[in-house]
Design a protein around this ligand. Structure first.
Ligand SMILES: CC(C)(COP(=O)(O)OP(=O)(O)OC[C@H]1O[C@@H](n2cnc3c(N)ncnc32)[C@H](O)[C@@H]1OP(=O)(O)O)[C@@H](O)C(=O)NCCC(=O)NCCS
Length: 136
């Protein structure tokens, strides 16, 4: 039985920050059924995470792992997709960024969370060898 005193859940809102990237889902990003590819979204999230990681690491990074990836809602052609990145953890040579993607659909103004995941990057030198993340 529902608790009459329970408050209704607060609507989820996007992070209070500029997105790392913002783009539009286009027909070229669909599968033969007309749905946006999950891989397209992972690509946008990876780009977003890399911009945050490169800035913090002060150099070249490569993606070493993608974990806790969840597709909450579908993305449709024409959706405005914004990817927000926040630093979750800094290791010796790695940085883990939490990425959330939010979509605005059609003429709607309310964004909906469509994906989230943890993207880990390693700072590397020109030969691809791991390098320490500088202290801030
Ligand atoms: C990333 C890479 C340079 C790491 O080299 P490595 O010899 O495995 O280096 P290490 O074992 O010292 O690991 C480096 C860091 O990555 C972390 N790491 C390695 N594998 C990981 C995994 N599966 N998940 C999370 N972190 C991982 C380590 O914990 C370490 O972090 P820390 O220094 O902060 O503690 C190497 O694996 C690589 O070149 N991978 C391919 C990257 C790439 O091409 N990405 C694009 C994909 S198309």
């Amino acid at each position: 039985m529902p608790d009459a005193a329970a408050k209704p859940a607060e609507p989820e809102v996007p992070p209070d920050a500029d997105p790392a990237i913002r783009t539009i889902a286009m027909p070229a990003d669909t599968n033969p059924h007309g749905d946006i590819f999950g891989g397209w979204l992972i690509c946008q999230m990876d780009l977003a995470g890399a911009t945050v990681a490169v800035r913090r690491a002060g150099g070249r990074v490569v993606t070493v792992a993608i974990t806790a990836m969840t597709f909450h809602r579908p993305v449709c052609v024409g959706d405005e997709v914004s990817c927000y990145g926040s630093i979750e953890k800094i290791g010796t040579t790695s940085i883990t960024i939490k990425i959330e993607s939010w979509a605005r659909r059609g003429t709607g103004t309310t964004p909906i969370k469509v994906t989230e995941g943890l993207f880990t990057y390693v700072r590397v030198d020109l030969d691809g060898r791991p390098q320490p993340i500088p202290a801030q």
